[in-house]
Design a protein around this ligand. Structure first.
Ligand code: DUC
Ligand code: ZN
Ligand code: ZN
Ligand code: ZN
Length: 466
């Protein structure tokens, strides 16, 4: 038995803030106690971590990452090994990545392929959603089995015709299946058919720069698809989770639905809260670094997203971490913006960036923890094992210094990518120590994790529906 005591910190969960010491026994939180009570824990302790002046928060849960994802004629640059290590550096102790059913392939084959990529390589615990690229009777029936294996959510694309795209009929049928088996349907809501028309028109007119990416992926095409996804989910009687919401008009659709009591949930990402569409117009080809979908938006959308985070119209902040190197991968799109691999790195910076909302007074500390850890854990069937600090929970714990400043940079980050979208930005707050299932994997700037420590998580169904 290994006993660790975390002393003197401010324990922050989604529901309370309390000065308490934490006793960790083996892989789990055993108790929270007053300093007087904790005195009794010290004689038998194997390690004592000093959290004086620090926040003690549940490890981050990033519900949306793409490690080693084949996409746009290449593959995202972080492996499960490098990507989960970077996650650990940033205080994220659980990721949920996307296994892909290929067109013509079965859902279980897709899942097996992703298990093989991840197994033995992850520094932190991980789960999978499934991207359903080929909806038919067979693959729909396979979903029931996946739910039984702890893959309780799947993603459908209204964008990317010819790649991941599903038409409305397929989406409706998948949602009907989800209504029956309890899975959560995630949707990438952009009207890909209309976007493709605008892409072809732009290219035909000789407009090939990265900035065109922001023009053709119009906010109204995100709003229209969001509206359609919501109506299809209502007809199917299925809950819906809309990934990477970036347009204020799309958020309006979520607000309307949620105000009528429909089980629709929204996710946004740090890039939409901190970066704007202007990045796409950087000199030369630099704008390609900021090509992701949904795209970055004009600044006024950011205010609405922050408001949505406060009011719970947006429930989760995930990263959509999907890194491509500028030199070797983003440059595939020189001369044709539509060939720039879509995606940005971010798994390492989510907690720090969202903490700026606390520093600026836009979020409370508890809301910060809720958005980054508790709600994603509950949304994806991992709570209370993940997402909180309570007796019986996995001891995934972050000691966070709210005052330390550091600069985000490709020179110091741990993601396997040659640029940082936030290059040179100073953030207030820093991860000091990270425990994953009771083991210290990061402490005082020293990485102590190892590939294979992270385990596959069989998830329950969404915790907001029962
Ligand atoms: N959007 C991205 O930016 N990257 C991966 C897939 C997606 O939908
Ligand atoms: Zn997407
Ligand atoms: Zn994604
Ligand atoms: Zn940091």
């Amino acid at each position: 038995m290994t006993r660790t005591v975390i002393r003197g910190g401010l324990v922050i969960t989604a529901t309370e803030e309390v000065e308490a010491d934490v006793l960790v026994v083996d892989e789990q939180v055993a108790a929270l106690g007053t300093p007087e009570l904790a005195e009794q824990w010290l004689p038998g302790a194997d390690a004592v971590l000093d959290a004086e002046g620090l926040y003690v928060i549940p490890g981050g849960v990033d519900g949306h990452t793409h490690m080693e994802m084949p996409f746009g004629g290449t593959s995202s640059a972080d492996t499960f090994e490098t990507g989960t290590r970077a996650a650990a550096w940033g205080g994220t102790t659980t990721i949920i990545d996307f296994a892909i059913q290929s067109i013509g392939g079965s859902a279980p084959e897709g899942l097996d392929t992703w298990h093989a990529k991840a197994e033995g390589n992850c520094a932190v615990d991980y789960g999978f959603h499934l991207i359903l690229s080929d909806v038919h009777d067979g693959s729909l029936a396979e979903l029931d089995g996946l739910v039984g294996e702890g893959v309780t959510s799947f993603k459908l694309f209204m964008a990317y015709p010819g790649v991941f795209y599903s038409d409305d009929g397929r989406i409706l049928r998948a949602m009907q299946r989800a209504a029956g088996n309890g899975a959560l349907t995630m949707v990438h809501a952009e009207n890909g058919i209309a976007i493709d028309v605008l892409v072809q028109q732009a290219l035909a007119a000789g407009r090939t720069d990265p900035r065109e990416h922001g023009r053709v992926r119009h906010p109204l095409l995100e709003a229209e698809a969001t509206h359609r996804a919501i109506q299809l989910a209502r007809v199917a009687g299925a809950p819906l989770y809309v990934v990477h919401v970036s347009a204020a008009e799309a958020l309006d659709e979520l607000v309307r639905a949620r105000d009528t009591g429909i089980p629709v949930f929204g996710e946004t990402c740090p890039q939409y809260l901190f970066l704007t569409v202007d990045e796409l117009s950087r000199p030369g080809f630099e704008g390609a670094k900021y090509v992701c979908s949904t795209p970055l938006r004009p600044e006024e959308h950011q205010r609405e997203l922050w408001r949505g985070l406060r009011t719970d119209d947006l429930s989760v902040v995930a990263t959509d971490h999907c890194p491509f190197c500028f030199a070797s991968q983003k440059e595939l799109g020189i001369g044709d913006f539509s060939k720039i691999p879509n995606g940005m790195p971010g798994v390492e910076h989510r907690l720090d960036l969202l903490h700026q909302g606390v520093v600026d007074g836009r979020l409370t500390r508890r809301r910060w923890v809720e958005l980054a850890s508790t709600t994603p854990a509950r949304m994806f069937g991992l709570h209370p094992r993940k997402g909180t600090i309570a007796p019986g929970s996995d001891a995934d714990v972050v000691l966070y210094d709210p005052r330390a400043e550091h600069v985000l940079s490709a020179g110091t980050h741990h993601m396997n990518v040659d640029y940082n979208p936030y290059e040179g930005r100073t953030v207030t707050g820093a991860v000091r120590t990270v425990l994953s299932r009771g083991r210290v994997i990061l402490d005082g700037g020293e990485y102590r994790g190892r590939p294979g420590h992270g385990r596959f998580l069989r998830r329950d169904t969404c915790g907001y529906l029962t």
